[in-house]
Design a protein around this ligand. Structure first.
Ligand SMILES: [Fe+2]
Ligand SMILES: [Fe+2]
Length: 140
């Protein structure tokens, strides 16, 4: 069966749900001298994962698809020697996400302006996440 735009949006939805779980989990286990700001950051990132998941789920429903809200069977690392390693795992996750969004963007480019704008807006958010993580990692 051909992989449709809806399937790909569902993959992104499920990936955002993984991210939400990941950031929530990390907000629980983070420790060290930067624990307070990092916990705030990680909790906010979990909320942003929910925000993106909500946007995508609503879009899938608007397009007549069935949103899949089960997280992908994708494991994320759950133990770290330090917070720097944790942030590096977040950075890897964010970069992979940009790859997924960008690949769908290329498919709809100049074919579906609304979906194109929708994806570009989320990609801009994800790029911002990468930039923030890269800045945080500089000073560790
Ligand atoms: Fe996201
Ligand atoms: Fe993100």
């Amino acid at each position: 069966m051909a992989v449709t735009i809806i399937d790909k949006l569902n993959h992104l939805l499920q990936d955002e749900i993984v991210g939400m779980h990941m950031y929530l989990h990390y907000s629980f286990i983070v420790s060290g001298p930067n624990m307070i700001p990092l916990k705030q950051y990680l909790t906010a990132q979990a909320a942003d994962g929910l925000r993106h998941a909500t946007l995508i789920g609503d879009k899938i429903a608007s397009l007549g698809g069935t949103p899949v809200t089960k997280a992908l069977d994708e494991e994320f690392p759950t133990s770290f020697d330090n917070a720097k390693q944790m942030l590096a795992a977040c950075l890897k996750f964010e970069k992979e996400g940009i790859g997924e969004y960008t690949s769908l963007l290329h498919e709809v480019l100049n074919k579906d302006i609304a979906l194109e704008m929708f994806l570009k807006t989320i990609i801009a958010d994800e790029i911002h996440h990468v930039e923030e993580l890269e800045k945080m990692l500089k000073e560790f």
